[in-house]
Ligand binder design. Sequence first.
Ligand code: ZN
Length: 581
Amino acid sequence: MDKQDKKIRRKKQRTAALCSKEGISLTSHPTQTVVVCNAGLTTGASRESIVERFLPHASPRRVRMVPGRQFCFVEFDDEESACRAVEALDGRGCEPVLYLAFTESVPDALCCPPVATALPPGATLVTNIMDETEEQNILSQLTFGDDGSMKHRQVQHFGYEFDYATNNVDATRPLPGGLPAWCEPLVERLQARHLLAERPDQLTINRYLPGQGIPPHVDTHSAFTDQLVSVSLGADTTMEFSRPPPGGATAAVRLPRRSALVMDGEARYLWSHGIVPRKSDVTAGVGGDLTLTPRGTRVSLTLRRLRRAACHCRHPQQCDSRQPAADAEQTAALSRTLESTHVAQVYENIADHFSCTRHKPWPRVEQFVRTLPTGSLLLDVGCGNGKYLGLNRHLFEVGVDQSARLCAIGRARGHQTVTAGCLPLPVRSGAVDACICIAVIHHLATRERRTAALRELGRVLRPAGRALVYVWALEQRLGARSAGYLKRGRQRAGADGRPEDAAALPLPVHTNRTEFQQQDVLVPWKLRGGAELLPSGVHHRYYHVYRQGELEEDARSAGGLVVRESYYDQGNWCAVLENAS
Ligand SMILES: [Zn+2]
């Protein structure tokens, strides 16, 4: 036995071991199916390249690829063909050297589903949409110069220019001349056969040389109407379709020359279509055997009609007309959840405990209140238990809070409170001399709403009236001193202490007394003891913690407010805003 034979034997032993590990039963007697190992599949060998290796010896009936593995299965019509293939290829030939073994059965679970060749729903393929004379006539009128040539194919536009940067069309700039005259009989035929409901007004002509393709894409919904037509001239090709998950599927459809493919419905709006750049396609030949068909030069005529309005298709996920609306809807839904579940409900639930922890007013807030002129009307927006009310006996004061329980606590302490949110405030415009809004606006879930809340403060203030606003700061460690919130020895960052239900929460949970990792967070409130302890005992309050300068920016974009003063205090960003009207 020479060196080469030994190597083959060793490889064959390895192949047998691999197959046994994968649950593929090998057999020594010939069968119709061979397992092909070392096929280079994980390094990108294609079904085409496998078919190409086998074709000179025997035509495969089916090639079944195995995702992520170095082997595949090739099925033949009979044992004789399989034997010929094994004799010719096993351990022989060019790289990668293939090792073949007979197998009784193919484990379906391993394999890719067989390649579907049926058209996706909504697509229609009409063969012989024109005769050879018309085909030749059209091809002879087309010139493909260096002008307008693209990287992987050559292209010409009629009616309107298609912009590949935006994948859209500028409907205000029609090209002179409209569609070419030779196109007319084809368009009339498509309409007469009821394949096209509307007259196309845009034509794109692509020329694909062998080896060229077009990446998978869905034609921009807002650019064109329901029906797209792709007419193939000069050569056949294989178009690959793919439906995104859920319900993902693929199909490889042969488009013969002189055929028209009409894409409507799902095929138009949901499935992507493209052509893999390669020089041959695997096709089923006479009797169903696989053959490798070399590609010729194909010219495609794509006929479309500009939409000129928003798309109303049934596939909003793929629809550029609806994407912004869908996003906005999602954001609105999330902000509603955050503000109702993670702010309003939480304060209602923790009101008593929260109130017990809120006694001492922050000195600079107290100073603001104490220095207001006698007889001023002060509005405390988000007054909580009313700890800033009653500090200055020479004022008229009203507290507003959306928590009925906190308002009740405030009332029980002799303050005037109104149960209401801050958007809008239940107060007449220009009615109050001063506002305080302490640790409130950071509970609003979008910048629009936070800005609107500042605008509301401006609205209820009399001209030159002032509001003091405090919001929690992202920066809990400014300068040399940390804010009191960060306690010594507990300054670890990270997600330790995350509750078990964290995965079910809409935002990351902040670890108390550590630095903030992001601006939008849920901050746990642990209820201690007593009958009010809810199942988890932990309530998550939503916060948008402000970065430096953000409060001033929001105040400026609110309009009608001047920032008189801004500072950092107790881990908060603070601003004195004045009604500038
Ligand atoms: Zn659409």
